[in-house]
Design a binder for this molecule. Structure first.
Ligand SMILES: Cc1cc2nc3c(=O)[nH]c(=O)nc-3n(C[C@H](O)[C@H](O)[C@H](O)COP(=O)(O)OP(=O)(O)OC[C@H]3O[C@@H](n4cnc5c(N)ncnc54)[C@H](O)[C@@H]3O)c2cc1C
Length: 412
C-alpha cells in the first residue's frame, strides 16, 4: 500500500481527507490523518460567543463525524516531521509513521506569551482573547456584569487568521451594548498595527467609514510592545499609549511547534510554500494547505477550501508523475458581520483587491460586495451549515475556486 499522511484534522486536513478518499483507490492507497484533538471547532463561531449569540456547544462536533470511511484517524500530538526519511514521529507510544506524500495542515495558534505582560495579572480578568472557545467564553462571563468603560480591541501583529474578525468584534460590541441600553457608557477603541481598518485600500475605506459611523475610535500604526498591567494600558514600541478598562486582543499568531521543531518553519512558524502549486518549497512530496502555509493571502477557511480544489489536482498529478499544472490564485471570500443583523462581503485574490459590486451565488445570491446589507448577514449565518454539511465533507460548492470578475466593478 502507498501512503498519504495528513497532519492536522481541522478545516483543511478534513476537507483533503474527504477529497482524496473519493479520488484514490482503497486497494492501493492508505490515507491517515493525525490530530491531537478529538473535537472539531467551527472557529468563525467563536466571534459570537462573547455576545451570547452562540454557546460553546454550538461550535463543536466530534472530528470522527467528518472523517470518511476508509481513512485512519489517529488522535495524538505530532512531535516531529523528518522529511528526509519520509517519517513523522507521534507522541502516542513514540510511534513513527511513514508516507509517500505528506500534507501539512496544522494551522496556526495564538501565542499570548509572545507579548510582554499580556499573560500578567489582568489576563482573563480584564484582558481577554476570543480566538479560542475558552477565551470567548470568559469574555461572555465578563460582559454579563460589566457596567461600562473603555473597551479596547487590539491586534498584536499580522498575519492573523481571519483578519476581519477583530473588526467584526467591535461592530458586534457596538450593537450588543446599544441593545443593552448602555452604549453611551462604553467607549470602543480599535487598535491596529495597520495604517487603516484593513490591509486593502478600498475595503479599508469602506470599513473605516463604518467604524466612524458607529462611533468606534481607531488607533492605527500601533505596534504593541507591552501590556502595562498596573496602569491598565498598552504601550507601543514608539512609546504611544492606549488606556483600557477591558481589552480583547488577538495575540501573535504562529505556526505549530512541530513545524518549528522540525526545522520546517519561517520566522513565524509557517511552512515556506509555493503560492501557486501549494507544494513545500523544500520537499517535493510535501504539500501544505490552510493556515500552516506562508502564502500571501488571508488565513481563512474559505482560502483553505478554494486551495483544496487546486491541491487535489496537483497531488493527483504528482502521483501520476505529471507536472503540477493547477495554480492557486490566492482566492479569499469573507463575510463580515457588522451588527444589527447586517453584514458585508469581500472577495479577492493575490492580484485583485476587494472590489465593490455583486457576488454571484447560484440559487441564493447575489450578495453585495463591500456593501452593508441584511443579505450578507444571512450569508454569514448560513455559512455554519454549509461548513458542517458541505465544505468539511469535501462536497462541491457552486462557487469557483478561482476568483471571478463577474459582478465586480473596478471603476466604482
Ligand atoms: C474568531 C475566528 C473567526 C474566523 N472567521 C472566519 C470566517 O468568517 N471565514 C473564514 O473563512 N475563516 C474564518 N476563520 C479562520 C478559519 O477558522 C481558519 O482559517 C481555518 O480553520 C484554517 O484551517 P486549518 O485546517 O489550516 O487550521 P485548523 O482548522 O486550525 O486545524 C489545524 C489542526 O491541526 C491540529 N494540530 C496542529 N498542530 C498539531 C500537532 N502538533 N499535533 C497534533 N495536531 C495538531 C489542531 O489540533 C487542529 O485541529 C476564523 C477564525 C477565528 C479564530
Amino acid at each position: 500500500m502507498k501512503k498519504i499522511l495528513i497532519l492536522g484534522g481541522g478545516t483543511a486536513g478534513t476537507m483533503m481527507a474527504n477529497k482524496l478518499r473519493k479520488e484514490l483507490s482503497r486497494e492501493e492507497w492508505n490515507i491517515t490523518i493525525v490530530d491531537r484533538d478529538k473535537y472539531h471547532y467551527y472557529q468563525p463561531g467563536f466571534l459570537f460567543i462573547p455576545f451570547g449569540i452562540y454557546k460553546q456547544q454550538d461550535v463543536v462536533k466530534p472530528k470522527a463525524d467528518f472523517i470518511p470511511l476508509g481513512v485512519d484517524f489517529i488522535v495524538s500530538e505530532i512531535e516531529k516531521i523528518i522529511p528526509e526519511n519520509n517519517q513523522v514521529v507521534l507522541k502516542e507510544e513514540g510511534k513513527t509513521l511513514t508516507y509517500d506524500y505528506l500534507i501539512i495542515a496544522t494551522g496556526t495558534k495564538t501565542c499570548p506569551e509572545e507579548t510582554q505582560g499580556l499573560t500578567g495579572e489582568l489576563w482573563n480578568k480584564n484582558v481577554f482573547e476570543f480566538y479560542t472557545p475558552q477565551g470567548a467564553q470568559k469574555l461572555y462571563e465578563f460582559f454579563k456584569t460589566w457596567e461600562g468603560g473603555t473597551l479596547v480591541m487590539s491586534i498584536a501583529e499580522q498575519p492573523i487568521k481571519c483578519p476581519v474578525a477583530p473588526l467584526e468584534f467591535v461592530f458586534l460590541a457596538d450593537a450588543f451594548f446599544t441593545e443593552r441600553g448602555m452604549r453611551d457608557k462604553v467607549n470602543i477603541v480599535y487598535v491596529t498595527p495597520l495604517s487603516g481598518a484593513f490591509t486593502k485600500p478600498r475595503a479599508s475605506r469602506m470599513l473605516g467609514s463604518l467604524l466612524q459611523e458607529k462611533n468606534i475610535k481607531v488607533v492605527t500604526d500601533f505596534y504593541i510592545e507591552k501590556v502595562d498591567n498596573e496602569n491598565k494600558k498598552i504601550v507601543s514600541y514608539d512609546g504611544k499609549e492606549v488606556p483600557f478598562d477591558v481589552m480583547t486582543i488577538v495575540p501573535v499568531n504562529m505556526g505549530d511547534d512541530v513545524i518549528i521543531n522540525s526545522g520546517l518553519a519561517d520566522d513565524l512558524g509557517f511552512v515556506p510554500t509555493n503560492k501557486y502549486t501549494l507544494q513545500s518549497l523544500n520537499h517535493k512530496n510535501v504539500f501544505v494547505l490552510g493556515d500552516a502555509t506562508n502564502i500571501p493571502t488571508s488565513k481563512a477557511g474559505s482560502v483553505a477550501h478554494f486551495a483544496s480544489e487546486i491541491l487535489i489536482e496537483n497531488i493527483m498529478s504528482a502521483i501520476e508523475n505529471r507536472p503540477l499544472m493547477a495554480k492557486f490564485d490566492g482566492h479569499a471570500n469573507c463575510y463580515i458581520e457588522t451588527g444589527f443583523g447586517k453584514g458585508s462581503l469581500i472577495d479577492f485574490n493575490y492580484e485583485t483587491e476587494p472590489l465593490p459590486g455583486t457576488f454571484p451565488f447560484p440559487g441564493i445570491g447575489p450578495f453585495g460586495l463591500l456593501r452593508n446589507s441584511k443579505m450578507n448577514h444571512y450569508g454569514k449565518v448560513m455559512f455554519r451549515w454549509i461548513y458542517w454539511h458541505i465544505l468539511l465533507k469535501g462536497k462541491e460548492m457552486p462557487i469557483e475556486s478561482h476568483m471571478t470578475m463577474a459582478g465586480k466593478c473596478k471603476q466604482c
